[in-house]
Each structure stands twice: as C-alpha cells, then as structure tokens.
Write a protein of this length. Sequence first.
Length: 464
Amino acid sequence: MRAVKGLLQAAPSLREGLIEAVGVGGLRTLTTDLKASLAEKIPAEQERLKKLKKEHGSKELGSCTVEAAIGGMRGIPAMLWETSLLDAEEGIRFRGHSIPELQEKLPKAKEGGEPIPEGLLWLLMTGEVPSSEQAASVTEMLRQRSKVPDHVYRVLAAQHPNTHPMTQLATAVLSLQVDSKFAAAYRSGMHKSKYWDPVFEDSMDLIAKLPTIAAAIYRNTYKGGDLVEASSSLDWGANLAHMMGFTDDGCLEMMRLYQTIHADHEGGNVSAHATHLVGSALSDPYLSYAAGMTGLAGPLHGLANQEVLRWLTDVRQQVGDDVTKEQMREFVWATLKSGKVVPGFGHAVLRKTDPRYTCQAVFARRHMPDYPLYRLTAMLYDVVPDILKETGKVKNPYPNVDAHSGVLLQYYGITEESFYTVLFGVSRALGVLSQGVWSRALGLPIERPKSLTMAAIEQRVAQA
Ligand SMILES: CC(C)(COP(=O)(O)OP(=O)(O)OC[C@H]1O[C@@H](n2cnc3c(N)ncnc32)[C@H](O)[C@@H]1OP(=O)(O)O)[C@@H](O)C(=O)NCCC(=O)NCCS
C-alpha cells in the first residue's frame, strides 16, 4: 500500500488516469497516441540533461589516446544516444531491454510469435514497453502515412538498371525530401524549442513509406517491375514481405524479427553516427537518414550481410553442401591469406557472439533445422572463431548479426543477396530516426569534434 501511495505521489498523471502501473515499479502511459506519449516525456528529459550539464559538465568520461584518434575513434565516449546501449560482453539493450527480453515483452502479431517492430518503435521513442493497443495504433498511424508519391516511382524507374539497391534506396529517400515538414517549418522561422515536432512528423512519414519503397526497389530490380499492393490487414514489417511478393506465414514472422533486431546498435556505428552527424546540422530526417544509408552500404558495415551470402555461395560451389570441417578450415584460411576479411565475423565493440546472431540461430533451429545453408552456418560457428583467434589480431572472433540473416532470407525464397542491406536499412530507420527526434527535443548542438594533423599530434606527444 505504501509503495502504491509513493507511486501516486511521484506520478501525478497516474492520479489523473493518464498512466498505469506495470510490473514491479514500472509505469506506462495509457494514451495510444505515440506523439502524445512522447510529448509528455520531453520536459522531464530536458530538465535531466540540463542538470547533468550544470552539475557534472566538467567531469571526464574517458580520454583519447593517439591510437584512438588515428584508429577510428574506438572507445571514446563522446556522443549522447538514448535509444540503445551496447555492452561489449552482453550485446545490445534497447532502452534497457535485451533482445530475448523483448521477444517476451513486446506485442506480437500471433501467440508465441515474434515481436512486431511497431512495438519496438514505441519503446525506442518513449522508453516504455507498449501495450498491444499502443503498438496497434502505431501500425494504423504508419498505414495512414504510407502512400508514396508518384514522382518517387519515376525517380526509381529512371535509374541505371545496374544501380545497387542501396543506392536506389538513398536516392528514393532523397526524392521524398521535397515534402519535409521540418525543412518547411525551419524556413518559416519555427522556434527551436518546437523542432522535435516536425522532425517526429517527417520521421513517421518516412518510416511509413520505407516498406513500400523497399518493395518497389525489389520488384523493379528482380521481378520485372510488377508491384504488389499493401495489405490492409498486415502490420508494418509483415507488409514489407507481402509487398515483396512473399506470403508464407514463416516468412512474415522472420521479417518481423529481422525488422526488430536490426533497428539500433547505439550511436557510434557508421549508419547511426552518420545520421546523427548530418542531423546535427539541422538537415531534416530525409537528408540525415539518406546519409546513414550510404554508410550502411559499405561492406564493413551493413553490406556485410550481402558479402556473407556471396562467400557462402563460393564455399558451396567449390566444396559442395557436404563440406567437412577440415575443408571449411582450408576455405577460411584461403580467404584470410588472400587479404580478405571473413564476412559476418568480428565487431568493433562486441567481444562475444552477437545476441542478434543468436536469436536468428534459434529461429532457424525452430523453422528450418534441416536446411543445408543453416547447417553450413552452424558449422562456421564451430570453425571460424578458432582460426580468427589464431591470427592473433582479431579482437572479436565471434559471429555478428550479418552471419545469419542471409540464411533466413534464402530459406524463404528471398535469394537476391544484393537486396539484403535494404532490409537492414528499413529496420535501422526505427532507431536512428527515434534518436533524431530526441536529439532535437534535447536541443543537441551541431557536432564538431577536433581533428589534428600528424604534425600536431607529434608536437603534442613531444610536449607530454
Ligand atoms: C566489423 C569489423 C569491421 C570491425 O573492425 P575492427 O574494429 O577494426 O576489428 P579489430 O580491431 O578486431 O581488427 C583488428 C584486425 O583484425 C582484422 N579482422 C577483424 N575482423 C576480421 C574478420 N572477420 N576477418 C578477417 N580479419 C578480421 C581487421 O581487419 C584488423 O586487421 P589489420 O590490423 O590487418 O587491419 C571487422 O571485424 C570486419 O571487417 N568484419 C567482417 C565484416 C563484417 O562482418 N562487418 C559487419 C559488422 S556488424
């Protein structure tokens, strides 16, 4: 009773019926309006940041060595990112929740199935695990914003036929920018305290349209341009598979999981950081997300899922499906000796197997235990880490998210690996755009780290 009384004192909105208690000590807003729920949280977070800056602004979070400065800024804690946090040993947590926890807690399309990404979007935006009604209201809100303007289809049709799907995605997103509500509001002199509102609107408009755009790229590039209408009875993630032309129930579940787990991986990875950096110049969500996507298109980042499949196809062509561990070892060594990386293994921050890999492996074991490509992938898990450890330089020899995603897609007939990074990119919008809204709500400034010349570094170390 005392605990409930304390809760009521702490949370006036609970007394007013705007929030409900969930679990032990948890609170959840009752509104099914995502923007209203977000708006309610912003003032307290603004205060929290102000206090942090005022009381602790001069304290050190870490230092920067010469190695870090010339080594891709590894490990320098120099960015605020609210939607997720990566632990090197444990993997990603979205707003404090691990992937297995979210598979339990987030609303699902079917009993015992995978979470729907709309629930994750609510969580990323508000920090609260949504109810089924709240997730369903996001599905409906996105459905209402999903129509893609005709000119975007014309832009896609005008591309060179060999244009990579990721280039098509970035181009299509840029062509949507003409409708940016933030750009229009900025031009008309909006007060900066209100920026988050049109950034939220742009972000929702863009997320809503991405499945239709991605599916159009897929159908244009590989299926002769015959487009499939969205289904009014499907959720956002499942509709993406449906519009690509895939209706198998397992495929829809796989797409929900895929779109959930690729959404966010804290702020320092290339796609998130690029989106954040460009957004910090007050470039609108279309411009900043497009920048993120051109970063995701790099083979050391998102394109690795395409590279994994190509590499596995090479293995199968050269050795066949009945490959032994010894043959596999030889193949891995041959890859390394030819100066290439083993795609799907290693990570800049993680030092253990990626939980996004693990949950896909669990899905595969459940839905496709005898699929040869799954068995090959499972064998890689036994073979590759020891070899990478033997090189003596790879900091994380274990598989990452990209080592498994292609196998699931292949199983359901999505065989065109050059499209895989687009699916990653659609999901990534949920994380980077949610953070983009918070960046404007918190009034984060333009990003401008200091760079040094080699001579300047030499001078500083000589003085130290
Ligand atoms: C992800 C990745 C870019 C991280 O890079 P990083 O932070 O520099 O990784 P490390 O600090 O462990 O790199 C140290 C060395 O090991 C090498 N290395 C790391 N992962 C490797 C891999 N999977 N295969 C072969 N070599 C690898 C690096 O290329 C580097 O070699 P160098 O000193 O000769 O330049 C790297 O692991 C990689 O290229 N993996 C394969 C691509 C991939 O799967 N990307 C998707 C990531 S989610």
